[in-house]
Design a protein around this ligand. Sequence first.
Ligand SMILES: O=C[C@H](O)COP(=O)(O)O
Length: 261
Amino acid sequence: MARTPLIAGNWKMNLNHLEAIALVQKIAFSLPAKYFEKVDVTVVPPFTDLRSVQTLVDGDKLLLTYGAQDVSPHVSGAHTGDISGAMLAKLGCSYVVVGHSERRSDHHEDDALVAAKTAAALAHGITPIVCVGEPLEVREAGTHVAHTVDQLTGSLAGLTAVQVAQVVVAYEPVWAIGTGRVATPADAQEVCGALRAALVELGGAAAGSTVRVLYGGSVSSKNVAEIVGQTDVDGALVGGASLKADEFATLCAIAAGGPLP
Ligand SMILES: O=C[C@H](O)COP(=O)(O)O
């Protein structure tokens, strides 16, 4: 079954709600409806922008979707600073990023916590984008495939086969994030192929054929075609390049198979 590519723009801790509106308007203006038949496009702003983005997307009936950068593993109550899955669902979020390497590093998130967040997202009908990826020393030791497969297995622990088939996975080698040092298409395919095989182990054939496995790490309009051209790469999780409307729109158009906007 052909999987529709997904391009997700992770804004990280950038852009206030006014800047968010301006960027989404520019992206939507640059990408006419025909592109959305061939690629799913989502933006992932900071929490503080989500209500503004929701109002814009709903009001103007835009075809792109949006998501959040994190979700609480808790349901509600005394968890200062957390944002629940129910809150994100009410804001119309389609996706939530979980287990990004910046959160694993900055906030010491481990696979068990990521698994709890993954389950929290699914419980509210939000698709988790589950991130895995090796640091440079693991890549240099040559154990990156086993490392990322272990991370994925831990991050999906406790899910049913049906739930496994509902996630999106993002392979983001830490050494490629924000560095301009993109993985080669062969590097991306090697790990994404192994992750797909692991998905079959965890969720059966349905998970292997339906789950989209993205690549992330210095993706731009210059390299996206080769990356998404790999058999087991179904799109990209884009950081820096998602903050520039023209660049992000071009990147999405290329992932859709063109023509350029
Ligand atoms: O979530 C996105 C990734 O961390 C990639 O970021 P980047 O495209 O700036 O390298």
